[in-house]
Design a protein. Structure first.
Length: 521
């Protein structure tokens, strides 16, 4: 936001009622010999950067010294000064000496930078001062010097600046001192001559906010700024001022009635008017001065609107489910961004869990940051047991890993019924496993069953497995009699003694097992 201020030839006296700037009751005189341009910007942390240009229109000489008031009023807030950046030309030791001088005027913490060929420091009179390092860097008539910079947490206010040309005191029509007692007179006349040759006027500079903040009082300061900006020509349109006056009147009435929403809306409307009229009816000084202070009032007085957040409690989920869009799905009445806690992808423990969201609106001037929370029920997960029906065993065998081999997708203990080592009898038997999780907060217990076929123990001599010894078994031996293993007709069932030969010994074994009185062909 920039503005070039050219001052009239005739001395212009403005009586200012600006308590917060420290220029109450001063006579501000400036001439058309110097042009002063100011630009103001701010970052998200509230740090302001003030950059100035000085133009020598037709001063009495080349400008060699520029100052801007940075004093802190008695009621001003003590601002943070740590780590404020300093730039080109900053005289660190000189500034340190000034700040350590008990007679020095109290100033706002600032960072300073100077154009190439200039130096900058703080002065005991409460000003930021820039001085040319040599005649080659002075601002001659028709020239402009850029890059006089102040960085501060102070908000924009109206400040006094001076711009002095270089003057050879020997050329001044001032009587040299007659002696030691006459030095003060001589120095005072020299300073007065320099002031007369230079320019002194008003610009935008950092001001400490009030230590004791009161919304109505601060609004009065903004209205006062508006009046001064109009007097200085920074507000160029009477109609624009009239609309702002109506808005300020509405905001003040709303504050008196303890109606912050109406006050905020009135101030937001003024801010929109300022943005619309910027460059046409309002100079950049007026825009910076009014806009930044309105923003500060809305922020500090908590006049921002609370955005509406719509967020229903989501359906319950099972432990192990990652949080995602089905749960983190809040919406707002205005554009902005959502930050959730816990974040997407988080796996929550079983139980009643709180999800929270912080919503930051895109329009941070008119809307406040908002928060919301919902409850999410996370149910226990039932583990999955994998256990296939085991292969058949023969009666008399004991249970072991071949049958009791269930697996589960969670850590815990598997308990089998019947347990390992049990001697099984013939028939279809049911095996049961119970899973007890180590993490019984997030997992339930589980059970599973399988069916085990336990075959009856075979009867010696019952070669065909029909449960009895009869002539069919004898016939089976006779059919393979005399055959060796590997020969055609060999039947392993008939090789009772398993000597790889079906012979009379095998036949005798089966015959002896026949029921008494049985005769076979």
């Amino acid at each position: 936001m920039t503005r070039r201020i050219y001052f009239e030839v005739a001395a212009l006296t403005l009586v200012l009622n600006l308590v917060s700037t420290g220029v109450l009751g001063q006579d501000i005189q400036a001439q058309d010999r110097v042009g002063f341009e100011a630009s103001v910007s701010s970052d998200s942390s509230g740090l302001f950067e003030f950059v100035y240009e000085v133009t020598n229109i037709r001063a009495a000489g080349a400008i060699s010294r520029v100052t801007i008031d940075i004093s802190r009023s008695a009621g001003g807030l003590a601002l943070v000064g740590k780590d404020l950046p300093n730039g080109l030309g900053f005289q660190r030791e000189l500034s340190a000496a000034v700040l350590g001088d008990p007679s020095a005027t109290v100033v706002l913490p600032v960072g300073l930078a100077a154009p190439t060929g200039w130096s900058t420091s703080q002065a005991v009179d409460g000003t930021a001062v820039w001085f040319g390092d040599g005649r080659a860097s002075f601002v001659a008539v028709g020239q402009t010097a850029r890059g006089f910079k102040i960085i501060s947490h102070g908000i924009p206010g109206i400040r006094v600046f001076t711009a002095r040309p270089y003057i050879n005191v020997n050329d001044l029509p001032i009587r040299p001192p007659d002696g030691a007692d006459d030095v003060d007179r001589y120095l005072a006349e020299v300073e007065a001559a320099k002031d007369t040759a230079g320019a002194r006027g008003l610009t935008i500079g950092p001001v400490a906010p009030p230590q004791e903040f009161d919304a109505m009082s601060f609004l009065g300061t903004i209205v006062n700024y508006e009046e001064q900006a109009y007097s200085l020509g920074w507000i160029r349109s009477a109609e624009s001022k009239r609309r702002m006056d109506l808005g300020f009147s509405d905001a003040l009435a709303a504050l008196k009635n303890d109606d912050p929403d109406t006050a905020r809306r009135a101030l937001a409307d003024i801010a929109s008017e300022i943005d619309r009229d910027a460059g046409r009816a309002l100079s950049p000084e007026a825009v910076s001065l009014l806009r930044f202070n309105i923003d500060y009032l809305i922020k500090v007085a908590h006049l921002k609107l609370e955005p509406t957040i719509d967020w229903l409690p989501p359906p319950s989920i099972i432990y192990g489910t990652k949080l995602g869009s089905a749960q983190l799905n809040a919406t707002s009445s205005v554009p902005g961004s959502f930050v959730y806690s816990p974040v997407a992808g988080t796996v929550l423990g079983a139980g009643s869990r709180t999800l929270s969201v912080t919503f930051t609106p895109n329009d941070s001037v008119n809307y406040a940051v908002a928060t919301s929370a919902v409850l999410l029920q996370v149910t226990k997960r039932t583990p999955s047991i994998t256990w296939a029906n085991p292969g058949a065993i023969t009666a008399g065998a004991t249970l072991g890993p071949g049958q009791l081999n269930a697996s589960v997708n969670a850590p815990g203990i598997l308990t089998y019924t019947p347990p390992a080592g049990t001697l099984m009898t013939a028939g279809l038997r049911t095996l049961t496993v119970t899973f007890s999780p180590y993490d019984d907060v997030d997992y339930t217990s589980a059970t599973a069953t399988v069916t085990l076929s336990v075959n009856a123990m075979p009867i010696p001599g019952d070669l065909n497995g029909d449960g009895k010894i009869d002539c069919l078994d004898v016939a089976l031996v006779n059919a393979a009699l005399g055959k060796r293993s590997g020969q055609t007709g060999f039947d392993a069932r008939a090789d009772v003694n398993q000597d790889h030969l079906v012979d009379v010994r095998d036949l005798a074994f089966v015959t002896q097992k026949l029921p008494a009185g049985t005769k076979c062909p």
